[in-house]
Every structure is written in structure tokens, then in C-alpha cells.
Design a protein. Sequence first.
Length: 218
Amino acid sequence: MGAGVRHWQGPLLVALFALPIAGCSQFGSTLAGRTLQDALGDGEATHRERARELPFASLVAEMEGNRSLLVLAYHNGEAGGDTTLWQARDRATLTLDQGWPASTAGFTSNLLSLNYASPPQEGSHYRVRAHWEDAEGFDHLAIGQATLECHAPAPLELPLIELELERCDERVEWQDAGTSHNTLWRHPVSKRIWAGELEPWPDAQTIEWQVARPWWES
């Protein structure tokens, strides 16, 4: 794993040039009106094949009901504390901080930041702060207390490989705004996150992602 992955340290959008030019998506010509829509098709098999062909780090993600392949456009930091930015062909983006979604752009509503007061650790309580922009352009903040519970490794099929991964369930109790139930799948030794499902703020649409071709060395 990791063979052939290029680690981009340069400007944003560099990796996007690896993708063929396509017409506008069916969601319109403005960035805010578009979501992750792959012009080659929405089928899972299509995403797997495209990820296999591309020599770049990639994710398969689903946001706001649309599923697509994203390529790595920017990488900063060392293993365990890195930030990565991923881009779809319509320029909608997802940023991961240490493997967790940290922000989005190009959607009807966008995550502006998701901050943890301390690194999420199993058996501990930690504070979460979510900042997002709604469809009308208004900013919102929510504060929550979270816990994480992990289970024994089990097989998980990813776009290009099947791995034995720990399933970790995160529960976030938002102040006066209900509860979010999130899931991540991580490697039992390296603790690298390979997949996840996250409700980034109260009552938000779930962000789902799976690593196809990793950006780290195995």
C-alpha cells in the first residue's frame, strides 16, 4: 500500500490536473450550487476503477447525498498530525485534520471548522466545537462533550483493499442541540483513520469517507 502515491507539498489544485476536463455538473455553473458529482458516473465500481487508475492519493466521499472520488490537492504536516485537502472535479473540497473532517467548501451548507480541545481518546471526555455556515450564509456555533468507544478489529472492505480495522463510536452531546453519533475505522496499530461517518454539527447531513489510495507510507 502507498506505492505510487505522490505527496503534494505545493499549491492547491495541483492534483486536479490529473483529471480529464469535463463539462459542468448537473447542479449548475456556480460552485455553491455543485456537490461531489463525478462526471464518469456515480457507481461504486466506477470510483474503485478510477482510484486504481490514478497515481494520486484519493478518497471516496459522500456529502449532501452525492458520492464521488476526490484527489489529494494539498498535504501539510507529519504523520499523526497532518492536514490534507481533497478536491472533486467540480472543485468542491473536503479538508481532513489528522484524518477527521475539519472543513468543507462548495456545498449548500459548509463546515467552517471542527475543533477538539484535546485529541479524541478512548474512555475520555473531550470538548468539541463546531462552526458552520448554513444555506442562507449565516454562521452558527455549537459546543459539545464527546466520548469515544473502540471495538476489536474486524474486516472492512475499502475501495481498493480489505483491512482489519477497529470500529470506534463517538457520541457527541451538544449543548441544547441533541446528540450526534459518529463512527471511524482506524488501524489497530498505527491508529490511522481509513474511513468514517460524521455528523459535523447538530442535525447536519452526514459526511462519509473512505481512503482509496493512502497519502502516507505503509
